[in-house]
Design a protein around this ligand. Structure first.
Ligand code: GL4
Length: 823
């Protein structure tokens, strides 16, 4: 492709240029005046102004990509939890100060307009946020990459509390306009479902075709993914469902207008809403439709581009690495086979070799219930051709298993992609293991447990496929933007190279022993707490005291993460303060901050939310206890809140049962911002502790082998209750109705579950956790020692940059290289 568009210069990168462009956007795109404009008008004009600075880079990147022979990374993910776009675009374009000054010149405040942005909540939690960090890093590292996902009309629900209980409200994030996306209706793709297959013999060769029953259109929306000050702007392409025109027309011709509109709605349902379960999929038909919908559209999109650029499909593995973000996009494997064999006429074996080389799979869980499984009945009805392809993949795979291990039918049954019980179903993690070149876990311990437990047969069959890539977080959003004070201090000490090379934080190490540096570090932490005070006051009407230790547990509400263990600690402190066992005047004052959404159908999680809120109300309302303790549980925790909360935290709670949290990424964000961690030996906590050192980390709890051994021997939680008087007091207090207005029935299910089942061993770890919290208090009294440890946490956790994660993927899995943008 030759570029014929004359180069339109970007607006000038100075205050005059910015102001001119801003007024242009306000006048000609928003159609208003400075005097009349609403806050939303002013925000939209600002977003478009910033976007205009990145537009020519975006065009240049896309054009160059068409010609490039380089291997591209295509990251397939059902979730991208992007967070607000404006700030990131401002720093990526170098406009931060210019914009602030330009707006001030017009009597506007950048901070105020910033606050008008509604974040796109197109993910549930860590998995979706990880995808967003990864595409940021790929752009910053100059890797030709594209993200493919779903443009949900409603993202993760908005959480509110009514009487302390979670109530979900729709997240209509598109309502006020969406200045960061560009629709490309001319590039829409038709995606089919249902129907049946037909096999015919042509010249002695059998050929199967799919005769689908219905179809919808996938309409792409492009989002910019700007690299940090490097001239590259990659693309995130999110698909939205529309009814096909043909479908409409047919019904319109019958004169049934209402029916035609209904069909439209039916089609658009596919991308209507993000499923709000994190780690506990519900196996809903619409979810499989979503998965196939975005994956088929994305493969088509990429394959057609490769063909248009004149490449041969046999070379597809040299053109692309498709990364499957968990099992959600795994239906891409049979889909690529269908495209290559049925549509492009390649022989099966040839197509299979290509497919395996193109795909790699990341597993993000250890919970058996999180591994997606689709009933054969459903798969056959919705995707009959794919079901046939999966059967053939499975038959050939099981032949190889027999060839390698002999006729061990138990093993064959265990490894079959098709489960037989409790119903015939496709195990997507197994399909992913068979159809890819590489399988990775997301932290060392997790990858080890994948090999040893979850996928052990597959690891025995193809050990070379298994690898680890420890997760990371983007330092642009989670340090540079979220913590401007600390960023400036770091830059003053070691220069600004750390923003794109976070390993350089190690140069801060000597400053841990510098009293003046520590003092400034504390001053910044205190300033960050003040920012949080303002946020919680304005957003939630919550008052917190910035002079207390900020003890934070924010993450999805899940039993394995053990918010309950944290509650038991709060209740224990409440009890000791009330009974006079500790003195509110002399004890360390803490504010416990919780943030957590529960999947709407997850009853126990919702009960735990109610318990936290009820305990919080009691603690905060008690004249004695509240002198020393307060609980803050702002509703609707999201990326935006995290950006203010994380830099303010003193203590990071990472207290999952060992062997259950695949990695965690919040743990990294807190450590990088100078919070100390109280944590179990789980997920990436293991690596954090190894890096920061035992003396700068509060470790507690069973190890994974210990927990497994107890479970195997028969775990009896009530024995801990019987033997530990402190634990007994805490559970009895909850059971007594102390936190439920005297009503003993309210939290009975929680207490009874702990005593009789306690799947995640809260009671087993209770005492060890209490002891760790004692150590926290003691250490916190020595502010010099504490801030020394905090600085060392920052200096030693540069490893957890998502740039490093991306480099590991590049070296171990993708084998793609950077391509600088010219011009
Ligand atoms: C998760 C894991 O639970 C979490 O530990 C991990 O950090 C994250 C990203 O790898 O993926 N898996 C699922 S499902 N949701 C997650 O957040």
């Amino acid at each position: 492709m030759t570029e014929t568009t004359p180069l339109i210069a970007s607006p000038e990168l100075n205050v005059e240029g910015f102001t001119r462009q801003y007024l242009r956007e306000l006048t000609y795109t928003q159609g208003t005046t400075l005097e009349r404009a609403s806050t939303n008008d002013k925000y939209l004009a600002l977003a478009r102004t910033v976007r205009s600075y990145l537009m020519s880079r975006w065009n240049r990147t896309v054009t160059q990509q068409y010609h490039e022979p380089a291997r591209a990374v295509a990251y397939l993910s059902a979730e991208f939890l992007l967070g607000r776009q404006l700030d990131n675009a401002l720093i990526a374009s170098g406009l931060e100060e210019i914009a602030a000054e330009g707006l001030a010149g017009l009597g506007l405040s950048l901070d105020e307009l910033r606050a008008a942005e509604v974040e796109p909540g197109l993910g549930n939690g860590g998995l979706g946020r990880l995808a967003a960090c990864f595409i940021d890093s790929l752009a910053t590292m100059n890797i030709p990459a594209i993200g493919y996902g779903i443009r949900y009309e409603f993202g993760i629900f908005r959480q509110t509390f009514v009487d302390g209980r979670q109530v979900e409200e729709p997240d209509n994030w598109l309502d006020n306009g969406s200045p960061w996306e560009i629709a490309r209706p001319e590039q829409e793709v038709e995606i089919s479902f249902g129907g049946h297959t037909e096999t015919t013999t042509v010249d002695g060769v059998e050929k199967t075709t799919w005769v689908p029953g219905w179809s919808v259109l996938a309409l792409p929306y492009n989002y910019m993914v700007p690299g940090y000050l490097n001239g590259r702007v990659n693309t995130l392409r999110l698909w939205s469902a529309r009814a096909t025109h043909a479908f409409d027309l047919k019904i319109f011709n019958y004169g049934d207008y209402a029916e035609a509109v209904r069909a439209q709605t039916f089609a658009e349902n596919i991308t209507k809403v993000l499923y709000p379960e994190d780690s506990t999929p519900q196996g809903k038909e619409l979810r499989l439709q979503q998965q196939y919908f975005f994956v088929a559209a994305s493969l088509h999109d990429f394959v057609e581009r490769v063909l248009e650029a004149g490449f041969d499909l046999h070379d597809l593995p040299e053109r692309v690495a498709f990364q499957l973000n968990d099992t959600h996009p795994v239906i891409a494997i049979p889909e690529l086979m269908r495209v290559l064999v049925d549509l492009k006429g390649l022989a099966w074996d040839e197509a299979w070799a290509i497919t395996q080389k193109c795909f790699a799979y990341t597993c993000h869980t250890l919970l058996p219930e999180a591994l997606e499984v689709w009933p054969v009945e459903l798969m056959s009805r919705l995707l009959p051709r794919h079901m046939e392809i999966i059967y053939r993949i499975n038959d050939e795979f099981l032949e190889q298993v027999r060839a390698k291990f002999g006729n061990d039918e138990m093993l064959v049954r265990r490894m079959s992609i098709i489960a037989e019980y409790p119903e015939r179903a496709v195990r997507m993690a197994y399909l992913a293991s068979v159809g890819t070149t590489k399988i990775n876990g997301v932290a060392e311990l997790h990858s080890q447990l994948l090999r040893d437990k979850v996928l052990n047969d597959f690891a025995a069959f193809a050990p070379e496929k298994f690898t680890n890539v420890t997760n990371g977080v983007t330092p642009r959003r989670f340090v540079r933007l979220a913590n401007p004070g600390l960023s400036a201090l770091i830059t003053e000490a070691i220069g600004d190279g750390w923003v794109t090379d976070l390993s350089r934080l190690s140069e801060l190490e000597p400053f841990a022993d510098d009293a003046e540096f520590r003092r400034r570090f504390r001053e910044i932490k205190r300033g960050n707490k003040d920012r949080l005070v303002t946020l919680l006051k304005n957003r939630d009407g919550i008052d917190i005291d910035p002079d207390t230790m900020l003890d934070v547990m924010v993450k999805r509400l899940h039993e394995y993460k053990r918010q309950l263990l944290k509650v038991l600690h709060v209740v224990s402190q409440y009890d000791r303060l009330k009974s006079g066992a500790i003195d509110p005047a002399t004890t360390v004052h803490r504010t416990f901050v919780f943030g957590a959404k529960a999947a709407p159908g997850y009853q126990m999680a919702k009960e735990i939310i109610a318990l936290i809120n009820h305990v919080g109300a009691r603690v905060n309302g008690d004249p004695v206890v509240s002198q020393a303790l307060r609980v803050a549980f702002p509703a609707n925790y999201n990326v935006t809140v995290a950006e203010t909360l994380v830099p303010a935290a003193d203590l990071s709670e990472q207290i999952s049962l060992a062997g259950k949290e695949a990695s965690g990424t919040g743990n990294m964000k807190f450590a990088l911002n100078g919070a100390l961690t109280v944590g179990t030996d789980d997920g990436a906590n293991v690596e954090i502790r190894q890096l920061v050192g035992d003396e700068n980390f509060f470790l507690f709890g069973l190890t994974e082998p210990e927990a497994s051994a107890i479970q195997e021997a028969g775990y009896r939680p009530s024995s801990y209750y019987e033997q530990n008087p402190d634990l007994r007091r805490v559970l009895d207090l909850i059971a007594s109705g102390e936190f439920s207005g005297g009503d003993r029935s309210v939290f009975e299910p929680i207490v009874s579950n702990l005593l009789h089942e306690d799947r995640f061993m809260v009671l087993a770890d209770f005492q060890s956790y209490m002891d760790a919290q004692e150590r926290v208090d003691t250490y916190y009294r020595d502010q010099e020692a504490w801030s020394r440890s905090a600085v060392l946490n920052v200096a030693r956790t540069g490893f957890f940059s998502s740039d490093r994660s991306m480099q590991d993927y590049l070296d171990r899995i993708w084998h793609a290289s950077p391509v600088p943008i010219e011009g």
